[in-house]
Design a protein around this ligand. Structure first.
Ligand code: MN
Length: 270
């Protein structure tokens, strides 16, 4: 199995080595990651200039740094290595829970894989500003998550968050009820106004969500999908008289056919 590894913290992040160490017991590993930190870059791609890679030494792994985004790295890595079987992203130094998935470069690397028809799994953990996460403690859980997910061929995009001291694993949904994005005003040394787009703490967690699981020291696994269509809204809209539409039955049939084709391409031969 060919496993491509990327992240958004940059190729020299200790999280990428921790992930590569576990992944290398499942297959051949290649690291292709941004040369500098790309956190919160989400799914940006570099379209206005060329991107290139350079070989670097990351322990015993074959590794390349790229002057681009996490999504660039996965696209370039898959292109140059040929068909990869799995893309892993992380381990991000910081959680990606709930609405953080909209901004996360870590998840975007996994999403880019899913767009290319390859399974993508993103891993994130919490950090203490003063010291590195205890990756040795997390490794058995990463291994267990990979064993679980590799058995189930239907999940093409998965977001995993690891607490500091996990007590087990839980399947979860995204905690999208609250948003923690916040703009804070400040002044630069010249007294001119500047702004930080930062996060605020959220209170209360809904049981069954990723934030809840993480808050109760469970490793959270959230299966995600690429199709953002609001199915209920669409169904209602199709019944409105103002816009003539294909009949729902026709639409459903064609989309089902397409899904099947995508799934087949994504997962390749059994
Ligand atoms: Mn990051």
């Amino acid at each position: 199995m060919k496993i491509l590894i990327s992240n958004d913290d940059g190729i020299y992040s200790p999280g990428i080595v921790a992930l590569a160490n576990v992944a290398s017991t499942f297959g051949d590993v290649r690291i292709v990651a941004p040369d500098v930190e790309q956190s919160s870059m989400s799914h940006a791609i570099t379209s206005t200039r060329p991107i290139r890679f350079k070989k670097v030494v990351i322990e015993n792994f074959e590794a390349y740094r790229v002057n681009g985004t996490p999504a660039d790295c996965v696209a370039l890595g898959s292109h140059t290595w040929g068909r990869v079987d799995l893309v892993l992203s992380g381990i991000n130094l910081g959680t990606n829970l709930g609405n953080a998935v909209w901004h996360s470069g870590t998840l975007a690397a996994a999403k880019q894989a899913a767009l290319l028809g390859v399974r993508g799994i993103a891993f994130s953990t919490t950090i203490d500003e003063t010291k590195e996460p205890n990756f040795a403690r997390l490794e058995p859980y990463i291994r267990k998550v990979l064993e679980l997910l590799l058995k189930d061929k239907t999940m093409c995009l998965v977001n995993v968050n690891l607490p500091k001291k996990p007590k087990g694993i839980r399947w979860t949904r995204l905690a999208v009820g609250q948003y923690d994005g916040k703009v804070v005003a400040a002044k630069d040394p010249m007294g001119r106004p500047i702004f930080w787009f930062t996060v605020k703490p959220l209170d209360g967690e809904v049981e069954g969500t990723d934030r809840w699981a993480f808050g109760h020291d469970w490793v959270s696994i959230t299966p995600l999908r690429l199709d953002l269509t609001a199915e209920k809204d669409l169904a209602r809209a199709l019944s409105l008289p103002e816009v003539p539409a294909m009949t729902p039955a026709v639409r459903r049939k064609s989309s089902g056919h397409r899904q099947k084709k995508i799934r087949k391409r994504r997962l390749g031969p059994e």
